[in-house]
Design a protein around this ligand. Structure first.
Ligand code: PLP
Length: 457
């Protein structure tokens, strides 16, 4: 159906919701490297992973070969509360920029948690419930993942225990209260409730915590409590799989209107939204059916793809999780204060890392003042107040559209708008008051954390 007039928003019907997730690993010639047991450095077995994760999720984690995995009906029913998500043609932004480029964004912020994370939260909570567990534990940094998980757990009647990085717990009380409203138990991390928390508190008195430390606490809490498992909001291949709902819907919408993106852009923290958005398109590229340019955008203050190394590393500070081969800055790397909490992780999804390593994806890093300038421009033209994380993708989409203005090319640019920024008003305040700064780590600083990575051969 080419050349149909393109509406501002393309909404699919509920019965057009994808019934299966797409596992891009099945089409990768070079599979992502396996997770390793941190003690033996041997690939993790299903049995080992099942101590930490629900069995069905551990199976998904290890599955490199099944291209399509059925979405259980109960998850589809939950998805219907806030999906299909619209694919928006950014007519107003195009006009403001005066660009011949056609700009589209897939908007994932239309739910109370305000981000795409709910897509995987409901899947992980569902499999935990189905396994007969009492509850799940997790970490949250800025709070988006904890919020999404508490919504999913409330819906299914599961207990939800969230370790929230202490500085966010104190600085983002509203996120914390949203989680508690949905029934979650929220603990500032490092806490005195776990051995690893006590150890970190003793070693670094007064520390305000980090994501890696909160992960260690959540994993310990799950493995020492009967009937609990740990769940994670990004990085893992299972999370990327669940997030392919974003890309599958996008692809259906594009096909309905004869839209063929030239480039697909997404912000990359642990890689789940970007991986989810691009997977079905990447599948076509891997199978030689179509070509697209894929761009991962990361903060200059936490540049795992653009300045990291591709190696096995710890996923958490306490080194209790499996080792993953990924582009990483080293698990002890602590990014400088930047306001995109969801992009502060030291590593990157092993699937995206392998695709990047093989040249299928390019990456760019951007500085936060330029990111907020793009966010402001977007808010003023398209109306939506974007999350700081999402605004990284907006920055590069605008840059690319401005290049088209110079060259006269009518490229079709698609990006992922992962969420809204209502809980990020302190960051917006800093930007509005011109008090925001850009910090880019030096090579020497990066070397310190990279030198402390595990030696695996
Ligand atoms: C968590 C988050 C991200 C980054 O996570 P990925 O796993 O890289 O997708 C991006 N945007 C928003 C709004 C988030 O909450």
């Amino acid at each position: 159906m080419a050349n149909r007039e393109i509406p501002y928003k393309i909404y699919l019907e509920e019965n057009e919701l994808p019934r299966q997730w797409y596992n891009v690993r099945a089409d990768m010639k070079n599979k992502p490297a396996p997770l390793l047991n941190p003690a033996t450095h041997q690939p993790c077995t299903l049995e080992e992973l099942s101590h930490v994760f629900c069995t069905e999720l551990a199976k998904q984690e290890l599955d490199d070969t099944t291209p399509y995995i059925d979405i259980p009906q109960e998850i589809i029913d939950f998805y219907k509360m806030y999906r299909p998500a619209p694919l928006v043609r950014a007519y107003c932004l195009e006009k403001a920029l005066g660009t011949p480029a056609k700009i589209y964004y897939k908007f994932e912020g239309n739910n109370t948690s305000g981000s795409h994370k709910l897509n995987s939260a409901i899947a992980q909570a569902y499999y935990a419930k189905k396994q007969g567990l009492k509850g799940v534990t997790t970490e949250t940094g800025a709070g988006q993942w904890g919020t999404a998980l508490s919504m999913a757990c409330a819906y299914l009647g599961l207990d939800c225990k969230v370790f929230m990085v202490k500085c966010s717990y104190e600085q983002k009380p509203f996120r914390r209260e949203v989680m508690r409203t949905y029934g979650a138990n929220v603990t500032p991390s490092p806490s005195m409730e776990t051995e690893v928390g006590k150890k970190i508190n003793a070693e670094f008195p007064g520390t305000t915590g980090s994501l890696g430390c909160a992960i260690s606490e959540a994993v310990e809490c799950a493995t020492t409590h009967e009937g609990y498992r740990y769940v994670l909001g990004s990085v893992l291949s299972q999370v990327l799989l669940h997030q392919t709902i974003i890309g599958l819907e996008t692809k259906t919408a594009c096909e309905k209107y004869g839209i063929k993106p030239d480039m697909i852009i997404g912000c990359a923290g642990g890689g789940s939204n970007l991986g989810g958005l691009i997977s079905p398109f990447m599948g076509e590229k891997l199978r030689g059916e179509a070509d697209y340019e894929f761009i991962a955008v990361e903060p200059a203050s936490c540049p795992s793809l653009t300045r990291g190394v591709y190696a096995y590393d710890f996923c958490d500070t306490g080194a209790v999780c499996p080792l993953a081969k990924m582009y990483t800055l080293g698990s002890t790397f602590i990014p400088s204060a930047n306001h995109a909490g969801g992009l502060r992780y030291h590593g990157m999804s092993s699937v995206l890392s392998q695709l990047y390593h093989d040249g299928y994806i390019t990456a760019r890093s951007v500085e936060q003042t330029s990111v907020f300038a793009a966010a402001e421009q977007f808010a003023r033209t398209e109306g939506i107040l974007p999350a700081p994380e999402s605004s990284h993708a907006i920055r590069v989409a605008i840059d690319e559209a401005m290049k088209c203005k110079e060259t006269g090319e009518e490229k079709t640019i698609l990006f992922g708008l992962t969420g809204t920024g209502y809980f990020d008003m302190v960051a917006y305040q800093k930007f509005n008051d011109h008090e925001m700064s850009d910090y880019i780590p030096t090579d020497e600083e990066l070397k310190v954390s990279m030198d402390r990575m595990p030696k695996v051969d």
